[in-house]
Design a protein. Structure first.
Length: 254
């Protein structure tokens, strides 16, 4: 269960791991309609400087898509729920999976979206998604189609049910595993992880952070393993602003 505010005060021992959609920014009707306010880019740049670089984005979007959103800022990123990851040195780590099976079924998900107004098909390369935010009444249609396809794909693939989206992805990778990989590397090594996310897809990250004695923060309503709670993306940005101020004050007093 989530706790009530206040959250713990930021420390120079922390490493920050941040989801994007629904966490740093509000959800929008279409995943390709997202834009990042320059103020958010400036906030993250300030957080990176104040934490000596210990900031990473943990997203369901591909790394390249994250970069395009936050340009010119290039942070360490885990993309596609950890299937690909760019470390602090800029090296891209990609876990190999057979893409051919997804190519074979992509057309069926695209056809489902074309047949039902309000469904949106998103092809991320190593994962496929059906979004129904514009048509919540079509959740069963999206889930049924994706579930059928996932069964046909068999072992090695899994169904991921997020906020208003159903995703088919290779199994065995998640946001928690990506956070653990970052924590084995500089500048994250030896720090206390703080992870902020809003969705069911972030629960693996919360579990890892809790196990490591870190700070897990759930954004929005809903049951969660996270220990702390923030109401929405605006509250997240406000909290991160205070974290930057706190870290700068600590550095100035040292």
């Amino acid at each position: 269960m989530t706790a009530v505010l206040p959250l713990p005060r930021a420390s120079d021992t922390w490493a920050f791991f941040l989801d994007i959609d629904g966490t740093l920014i509000e959800h929008v009707e279409r995943p390709d309609a997202v834009s990042i306010d320059p103020a958010v880019v400036k906030l993250l740049a300030g957080l990176r400087a104040a934490s000596d670089g210990a900031v990473a984005l943990i997203s369901g979007r591909p790394v390249a898509a994250v970069d395009s959103l936050f340009t010119p800022l290039r942070l360490p990123v885990a993309g596609l729920h950890g299937i690909e990851r760019r470390d602090a040195l800029g090296k891209l780590h990609s876990h190999s999976f057979a893409e051919a099976p997804l190519r074979r079924v992509a057309g069926r998900l695209a056809a489902c979206a074309a047949e039902h107004a309000g469904l949106i098909f998103e092809d991320k390369g190593l994962s496929l998604a059906l979004h129904y935010r514009q048509a919540p009444q079509l959740e069963d249609v999206a889930l049924g189609t994706a579930a059928t396809v996932a069964v046909e794909l068999g072992e090695g693939f899994e169904l991921l049910h997020g906020k208003m989206v159903i995703e088919i992805k290779p199994g065995g990778r998640n946001k928690g595993a990506a956070i653990e990989e970052f924590l084995d590397e500089a500048p994250f090594r030896g720090r206390v992880p703080a992870f902020v996310g809003d969705d069911v897809t972030d629960e693996h990250g919360f579990a890892v952070v809790n196990r490591l004695g870190g700070h897990s923060v759930k954004v929005g309503a809903g049951e969660s393993a996270a220990r702390w709670h923030l109401t929405d993306a605006a509250a997240v940005r406000g909290w991160l602003t205070r974290c930057v101020e706190r870290l700068r004050e600590s550095a100035g007093a040292a």
